[in-house]
Design a protein around this ligand. Structure first.
Ligand code: ADP
Ligand code: ADP
Length: 219
């Protein structure tokens, strides 16, 4: 269970996230929908312990991310895949995670397989990956520790249609097995297809939230 309570983040005089509260439940895919600049990434960065909230809090099973022991085995996080680990190979990125989390080395190949990165591709540097490959690597990294919770910022960005289809099935199955998924998108279409619950954010504020059925009825 993810709980965000009265979360606010200001940068100087600018409020990027404004009193945001929501809950994500096990067995559910929650879609975080809003235009670019709405405050989705900032909220998710706070949830992942990478940005400090100005006030309010985000907890996972009752604790802040930074207080979770071996966090990668509890919460899988994908944030801005375009920016990460450019100088390392995909295999190195996963191996670092594997060692940090104390997982068997075989887990790296299992994850490369899952996201369809070939052995040859895994030995290239991430800076030479397409955005779609980076997203696949990011998803592999998020799933590496077999966490019960996933926080994914724009995971569909850069994936081709087959990749998007693959990602949707993966997340659906993950939620069906009891996992908790929060994923963001600026595309209504994407969220409509994939999410059970929808949170709509604009200018840092929640403007609507509810089940997909509730929101699409226009309540
Ligand atoms: P989204 O993920 O919905 O596109 P962001 O959370 O990235 O939105 O950004 C929300 C707002 O906060 C934007 O106006 C953005 O420019 C601003 N912002 C984000 N990070 C910072 C930062 N480190 N310093 C100043 N402003 C920021
Ligand atoms: P903080 O550490 O201040 O909580 P972040 O870790 O999100 O915030 O900051 C990431 C970097 O992005 C910072 O170096 C910040 O200065 C920079 N940045 C500045 N303005 C923006 C903006 N408008 N959108 C996104 N990032 C920004």
């Amino acid at each position: 269970m993810i709980q965000v309570e009265h979360l606010t983040k200001t940068y100087g005089g600018f409020t990027a996230v404004d009193d945001v509260s929501f809950t994500c439940r096990p067995g559910t895919v929650t879609g975080f929908l809003g235009p670019n600049g709405a405050g989705k990434s900032t909220t998710m960065r706070i949830m992942a312990g990478l940005t400090i909230a100005s006030s309010g809090k985000a907890t996972v099973s009752g604790v802040s991310y930074r207080d979770i022991p071996n966090p990668g085995t509890q919460v899988g996080v994908l944030l801005d895949a375009s920016a990460q680990h450019a100088g390392r190979t995909g295999r190195e990125v996963l191996t670092i995670g594997q060692k940090t989390m104390g997982l068997p080395a075989s887990r790296v190949d299992e994850m490369l397989d899952l996201v369809s990165l070939t052995d040859k591709e895994s030995k290239r540097r991430v800076r030479n990956y397409s955005l779609g490959m980076r997203q696949r690597l990011g998803i592999a990294h998020a799933l590496l520790g077999d966490p019960k919770i996933l926080i994914l910022d724009e995971p569909a960005n850069g994936l081709d249609p087959a990749g998007i289809h693959w990602m949707r099935s993966l997340l659906r199955e993950y939620a069906n097995r009891g996992g908790t998924v929060l994923l963001s998108s600026h595309l209504l279409h994407e969220i409509q297809i994939i999410a059970d619950e929808i949170i709509v954010i604009g200018n840092g504020r929640i403007v609507a939230q509810g089940t997909k059925e509730e929101l699409l009825r226009g309540d």
